[in-house]
Design a protein around this ligand. Structure first.
Ligand code: GDD
Ligand code: MG
Length: 351
C-alpha cells in the first residue's frame, strides 16, 4: 500500500518562516515536521512506500529525506510542473496506482490509529474514507456533515459563520480508490475539497467518515506552530524528549549552559547552543542549534531557530525567530512577533 503526502503548498500563512523553509520541513524542536508524519505511517506495516507530492522548493525537502533510508520508509518524489491543487496533485502523484491509497495533508499531526481507518474503509467497501475531527471553530477548515451511519452528506470548504452546522471537520487524512481519479481533470489545478469530494456526494458513491477525537492539529499558522510545541512539551502529544519527562528543561549534551544561567521548564536547548551566565530561558522556549543567548538576556514562550544571537539584556517573548537572526543588546521583542531568517534587530529597538 502506498501513501501520498500532499506537501506542495507554499505555506503562505507561515510566512516569513516558509520563505526559505517549506512548511513540510519547518522544525518541530530539532526535527523537520514530516518526520512526525512518517513515524505515524511507519506504524502500518502494509505501507511500503511514501510518495511526496511536491511543488514549492522540492529540492530542500529531497535533501533532507533522500530515499527514505534513514526514516525507515521508502520515499519517492513527484514534483508537479505547476501547482495542481490538492486533487490535481493526488491524480498526478497517483498515476500508476491501482490499490487503495492513503493520502495525508502534509501539515497535520495526530496520534490516529491509521490501521483502524484502513480496516473501516475495507469493511464499508468505501470509494473514499475521510477522517473527521471535532474543532471549536470550523471556519478555517472543511466542514463535513454525515448521517447516522457515517455516510458523508455534505462537504463545505472554509464555511462562512452562518454556514456552520457541525463541529466536525476534515482532518486532511483520506483513504481513496485510484479508479476514481480519472474524474480529476489532468494538468489543471483542481481541489479535492471543493470539487472532488462534492462530486462523490453528488454521484451517491460510498463515501464515509471515520471520526477521531484524539490529538490532532494543523501546524499551518504561527499560533498552531507554537501550539504544537506546547502540546509536545506538556505531553499532550507524546514525542521525544518530553514524552517521558513532560515540562522538563531539556538540554542537549552538546549545548553549554553556563553557571548562573536560569532554565525554567519546559524548554528545549539544542546542540551547540550557548546560554551565558545570567541569561534566563523561560518556559515554553526552544533554543535552536548553535544559538547564543548572552548575559542577562531573557527568552520565554518563544521559538528560536538555529544560529541566532540574542545579545546582552535583550528580551524576547512570545516570538518566533527564523535562522541566523541577530537581536541586539537591550532590544525588546514582544507578543506575536515572527521574524524571518537573517533578521537584524538593532540595539535598544522595540518590536
Ligand atoms: N502537491 C501539492 N500541490 N500540494 C498542495 C497543493 C498543490 O497545489 N496545494 C496545497 N497542497 C498541500 C499543502 O502543502 C498542505 O500540506 C495540504 O495540501 C493542505 O493545504 P493547506 O493549504 O494546508 O490547506 P488548509 O489547511 O487551508 O485546509 C486543508 O486542511 C484542513 C485540515 O488541516 C483542507 O483539506 C481542509 O478541508 C482541512 O479541514
Ligand atoms: Mg493546512
Amino acid at each position: 500500500m502506498k501513501a501520498i503526502l500532499l506537501a506542495g503548498g507554499k505555506g503562505t500563512r507561515l510566512r516569513p518562516l516558509t520563505i526559505h523553509t517549506p512548511k513540510p520541513i519547518v522544525p518541530i524542536f530539532d526535527r523537520p515536521f514530516l518526520h512526525y508524519q512518517l513515524d505515524l505511517l511507519k506504524q502500518v506495516p502494509e505501507i511500503d512506500e511514501v510518495i511526496l507530492s511536491l511543488n514549492y522548493q522540492p529540492r530542500r525537502i529531497e535533501e533532507i529525506f533522500g530515499d527514505g533510508r534513514d526514516s525507515g520508509l521508502a520515499i519517492r518524489y513527484v514534483v508537479e510542473p505547476a501547482p495542481l491543487g490538492t486533487a490535481g496533485a493526488v491524480r498526478y502523484a497517483g498515476e500508476s496506482l491501482h490499490e487503495s491509497v492513503v493520502v495525508f495533508n502534509g501539515d497535520v499531526l495526530t496520534q490516529l490509529d491509521l490501521a483502524s481507518v484502513i480496516a473501516m474503509h475495507r469493511e464499508r467497501k468505501a470509494r473514499a474514507t475521510i477522517v473527521l475531527t471535532p474543532v471549536e471553530n470550523p471556519s478555517a477548515y472543511g466542514l463535513v456533515e454525515t448521517d447516522a451511519r457515517g455516510n458523508i452528506q455534505r462537504f463545505l470548504e472554509k464555511p462562512k459563520p452562518d454556514e456552520i452546522t457541525s463541529n466536525h471537520i476534515n482532518a486532511g487524512i483520506y483513504i481513496l480508490e485510484p479508479d476514481t481519479f480519472d474524474r480529476i481533470p489532468k494538468d489543471t489545478a483542481w481541489s479535492i475539497e471543493r470539487s472532488f469530494f462534492p462530486s462523490l456526494i453528488e454521484r451517491g458513491e460510498t463515501f464515509v467518515a471515520h471520526v477521531y477525537d484524539g490529538y490532532w492539529i494543523d501546524i499551518g499558522t504561527p499560533d498552531k506552530y507554537v501550539q504544537v510545541h506546547h502540546d509536545i512539551m506538556d505531553a499532550r502529544y507524546k514525542a521525544a524528549p518530553f514524552a517521558s519527562a513532560p515540562s522538563a528543561a531539556w538540554v542537549s549534551p552538546q549545548a553549554r549552559v553556563e553557571e548562573g544561567a536560569i532554565l525554567q521548564g519546559p524548554c528545549f536547548i539544542d546542540e551547540g547552543a550557548v546560554i551565558k551566565s545570567g541569561a534566563r530561558i523561560g518556559p515554553y522556549t526552544v533554543i535552536g542549534k548553535q544559538c547564543h543567548v548572552e548575559e542577562q538576556a531573557i527568552v520565554e514562550q518563544s521559538i528560536v531557530w538555529a544560529n541566532c544571537r540574542i545579545s546582552q539584556d535583550a528580551v524576547v517573548r512570545h516570538t518566533i525567530l527564523g535562522r541566523h537572526c541577530h537581536i541586539g543588546r537591550n532590544a525588546n521583542l514582544n507578543h506575536g512577533s515572527v521574524l524571518g531568517d537573517k533578521s537584524v534587530v538593532t540595539d535598544y529597538s522595540r518590536v
